[in-house]
Design a protein around this ligand. Structure first.
Ligand code: FAD
Length: 416
């Protein structure tokens, strides 16, 4: 049995969300234990595309995406794939995904996300400064590459919504694209440039630097798996792991795609699924790109990471335990070669990770519906790296004073 302390909080999960939450709680004078059976950033927070995508205010489900989904599911070269053996389990999530893409909901959720994303940099700043890792963040912006006039027309409603919500962008023509990205193939006709996006040149190392600072400041780390909670009336009294019972004054569930069971034990039934994503890292890509590029048509991202290049993307709706599919890597490479024909693939390394995804693309940030000292911070889908620090800041405010700097009602676990 671990010794009892005052102001002790257990943060479950040491992905980027758990680490940032732990650090923000420490700033509010909490004594923090970070619990995870795996090392820090060993799941979704390592092999991702590395974008601090403060401009990504629109949810995945949209009127435009819903129109494209049937065609994508029939296309073997599409970046979206569903495991049909898993389909019966997925139906409730898919149903909610469709509802989330209706025009009114799309606008509402975009507003909610823009509130969350506007603090992206200010919430990271103190954590990054103290961990001395600002050198890993490059503020270059983001290019969305489009291969046809039709693609540009399709994206225009989304662009005007973004503009109305304060997102800054410019539309580049072919000449401008050629000047800034000479190795991009001439099939690219238009590009959208978002200036308020940064990229992290090593997302794993970034998380490790933050984690090391957590340890340096006296944070405790348990390599243990949380199994359940001991509760008394409306309070969580201790966290039960596979090895220990850890008394606590509060608990935060930050277990990414594995949060559903833990949240359910704290009284919330959340429609959390995983959108599995893939990445291929090329140590010697043989091309020079200084900006992250997302292909708007082929739907993958190419992020420069130091001397190497990381290709990342794909949405695969399948069981959390299913093995990675090699065909997804080959497809991403095939797509990347269309945009960057002289890409060198020698020494490629491969990764698959689990995006923790809610059907409306809004994370779950808030309190347990039953336990006064139980908190949730999971379900960040495609933008977990971007909003990890904002999430941590909100949880620290909530646990310390009950008040938050932004309205967190839209992110409540009971919103469905
Ligand atoms: C291909 C790809 C590209 C992406 N690109 C970007 C991007 O460019 N920008 C961006 O913002 N986001 C991106 N994302 C999304 C982002 O990576 C995730 O949203 C984010 O990493 C989720 O962080 P997390 O801490 O919630 O989850 P994770 O990093 O998965 O961490 C969860 C942790 O919980 C632990 N855990 C599970 N169960 C238990 C338990 N019972 N007890 C204790 N611990 C437990 C796990 O071991 C794990 O360490 C991308 C994702 C993918 C797959």
């Amino acid at each position: 049995m671990v010794k009892k302390q005052n102001n002790h909080v257990c943060v479950i999960g040491s992905g980027i969300v758990g680490i940032c939450t732990a650090l923000h709680l420490m700033k509010k004078k909490w004594s923090v234990s970070l619990i995870d059976p795996n090392g820090p950033a060993s799941k979704a927070s390592s092999g991702n595309a590395g974008l601090l995508a403060a401009s990504h205010i629109t949810p995945v489900s949209s009127p435009a995406v819903l129109k494209q989904v049937p065609g994508m599911l029939l296309d073997p070269n599409s970046s979206l794939v569903i495991s049909y053996s898993y389909l019966p389990r997925l139906i409730p999530w898919l149903f909610r995904f469709v509802i989330a893409g209706r025009p009114k909901k799309f606008i509402e959720y975009s507003k909610n996300l823009s509130e969350l994303l506007k603090d992206t940099y200010s919430a990271y700043e103190p954590l990054v400064d103290e961990a001395n890792c600002s050198n890993l963040i490059k503020r270059k912006g983001l290019i969305i590459a489009l291969t046809s006039d039709e693609s540009l027309e399709k994206i225009k409603p989304e662009l005007s919504l973004k503009k109305s919500l304060g997102v800054k962008f410019e539309i580049y023509n072919k000449d401008k694209i050629k000047r800034i990205l000479p190795d991009l193939d001439s099939i690219v006709k238009h590009a959208i440039f978002y200036e308020n996006v940064s990229h992290i040149t090593d997302p794993y190392m970034f998380a490790i630097k933050l984690f090391d600072n957590f340890k340096k400041q006296g944070g405790k780390h348990y390599l243990q798996e949380v199994k359940s909670f001991k509760t008394e009336k409306k309070l969580v009294k201790s966290v039960i792991t596979d090895q220990d019972e850890i008394p606590t004054n509060a608990v935060v569930v930050c277990a990414g795609a594995w949060s559903k069971k833990l949240a359910s034990q704290l009284g919330a039934n959340v429609p959390l699924e995983t959108e599995r994503g893939y990445s291929v890292s090329l140590p010697n890509p043989g091309i020079n790109i200084s900006y992250p590029v997302i292909s708007g048509d082929l739907r993958f991202c190419a992020t420069p990471m130091g001397d190497s290049l990381r290709l990342a993307g794909t949405v695969e709706l399948a069981s959390i335990d299913a093995p990675a599919k090699k065909s997804r890597y080959s497809l991403m490479i095939k797509h990347a070669l269309r945009l960057f024909p002289s890409l060198n693939l020698t020494g490629a390394s491969y990764w698959m990770g689990h995006r923790p995804s809610m059907p409306d693309s809004l994370p779950v940030i808030g309190k347990s519906p039953i336990y006064e000292n139980g908190y949730f911070a999971f379900g960040h889908g495609h933008i977990g790296l971007t909003v990890a620090a904002v999430t941590g800041k909100i949880i620290a405010e909530l646990a310390s004073s009950g008040k938050t700097s932004i309205d967190i009602k839209p992110f409540d676990s009971n919103r469905f």
